[in-house]
Structures are given as C-alpha cells and as structure tokens.
Write a protein of this length. Structure first.
Length: 291
C-alpha cells in the first residue's frame, strides 16, 4: 500500500498489535496511518451541484466557490432574476457551466423539477445544498399568524424534505447533502422564534438522515452561520437594526458580521473528499460564538 494514499476499499480494520511505550511509534504500525491524500488539481473537479438560494448571499458565494473547485452548478431561486443572472454569469466566467431554475420550492413538484433539470443539464447530481430560507421579525410568539407559521416551515423545512426525496434516487456513493441551519438553532432568537424552530429541525434532520444514509455512503452535514451580511438581513430588519447588525450590540465575539465568502469554504470542505469521515455534523462559522 502506498503510505501516502487512502485506498478506496480500505475497511478500517486493523490486525492485533501493541506497543509498550507512549505515545507510540508510527513506523511500527501495520498498516501505517494515512497522512496524505493524492494530489488533486481541484477538490470538486467534475462534480455537479444543485444549490438552492444560489442567486445571492451565502448561496451565491457557495456557487462561486464550487465553480472555482471544478463543479458545474445549478442554482435554484424564487424570483430574484437579476441576482441569479449575475451569479450565473460569474460561474461561467470561472469556467463552469451554470443553469438557473426559478420557482417556488414549497411546491413538491417544483422541487422535483429542479432535481430533474439538474440531472438533465449536468448528467448527474453529486451535491445537494439546501440553503434557501425566509424569516420575519416578530416581537412575540403571539404575533406569529398561522399563515406565517405555515410559510416559514414550508419554505425553510418542508422544501428540504421535498428536495432530498427527489434527489435521493440520483445520488450515488460519495454524494453529499449539505443544509444551511443557523446559530439560532443552538442559541435561539427572541424575535425569530418560528425561524429558529425550523433551523433546529434542520439540525435534527441532518443527524437523522446521516444515520439513514451511512450504509449508502452518502454524507449528510450542515452549516450553521452566525450573522452574515446577505439580502435576507435588510429584508428582515429595520434600517436602525441593520445599522448595528453584527456589531457590538450583537455580542458576537469578533464584533462584526461575516461575509458570505467567509462561510462558503465550509460547504466546499463538506462537499469534498476532505470531509470523507464526516457525516451528521454541523460546522459553525459564526464569529466566535460558542455553541
């Protein structure tokens, strides 16, 4: 066995052996630990990814990062045509193919169409990124109407189920599902109660689905950003609240909001073979907030 490569069929079972001194000597081990992966030009070379909410914000940054790593990208959006066109143009400038699909992912048929069009465009589907969401500031749970509650759960959670259900028949061994949750899943948020509830559910979905798909060798993980400067922020908060977003008043240890490009590397890592031993996990790019 090449000491610097990881055999694809390595079972992870070791013959009996013992060393009498701590911390031990690697050269005596059988087999030797694998310390280096084969060199690859780009981590997602030849992969096909569907990214929801890919028109702007975190989704746009993920689309660019995936393209830089060699993936073709399909971005699903609602009706943000100008933003989506800008994202697609940049992905193509980076040398990868890009398709924009607009529609309402609360509709199971639209979720299925997105997956089918991705497979038709790319010839396959390797990476599903569930990233889209809505949030509405309400000062009390009494202010959350049944209509809003249904909208938030249908958008932020039910559609993730629809997309996963549609994608699963197309996902092969080594595929990756990545969902965007939030720091609010762990900390809560006094003015985003229903939104936070959906994000907590996404964590549970990630962990349960990871267990369900482990035998198929399909990895399922999530990213839980802290305050990130995306279009969802000015669309949710007042001008006064936006002015202090992510600053001292938010109690983020780094005393600032993050940028989408600071979050996107988490998705690249989870989508790539670098994360081959990670499933059911959540990464926390949140400016230092401990969860």
């Amino acid at each position: 066995m090449n000491l610097n490569t990881l055999p694809e069929d390595f079972p992870g079972i070791f013959p009996p052996q013992h060393q009498d001194e701590q911390p031990g000597l690697e050269y005596l081990m059988d087999p030797r630990p694998v310390a280096e992966r084969p060199a690859r030009p780009r981590r997602l070379e030849g992969k096909a990814a569907l990214i929801t909410g890919g028109d702007s914000g975190i989704g746009r940054a993920v689309a660019y990062a995936f393209a830089r790593e060699g993936a073709d990208v399909v971005i699903a959006c609602y009706d943000e045509e100008r933003d989506a066109a800008e994202t697609a143009a940049r992905v193509r400038e980076l040398g990868r193919r890009c398709l924009v699909l607009a529609g309402d992912l609360k509709d199971p048929d639209q979720a299925r169409r997105c997956v089918e069009e991705t497979v038709r465009f790319c010839g396959k589907l390797d990476i599903l990124v569930n990233n889209h969401a809505v949030q509405f500031v309400r000062r009390s749970i009494l202010d959350i109407s049944p209509q809003q509650l249904s909208l938030v759960f249908q958008t932020n959670l039910f559609s993730f189920f629809y997309l996963i259900q549609a994608a699963l028949p197309h996902l092969k061994e080594g595929a990756s599902i990545i969902s965007t949750t939030s720091v609010t899943a762990f900390q809560g948020h006094r003015d985003l109660i229903d939104y936070s509830a959906t994000k907590g559910a996404i964590v549970a979905l990630t962990r349960s689905l990871a267990l369900s798909l482990a035998e198929r060798k399909i990895r399922v993980n999530a990213v839980a950003p802290g305050p990130i400067w995306t279009p969802l922020i000015p669309a949710s908060f007042s001008a006064e609240e936006v002015e202090t977003f992510g600053s001292v008043t938010s109690q983020v240890p780094m005393l600032r909001a993050g940028q989408p490009c600071e979050v996107a590397p988490c998705y690249v890592f989870l989508a790539s073979d670098d994360a081959s031993y990670m499933t059911g996990q959540v990464l926390h790019p949140n400016g230092g907030t401990m969860v």
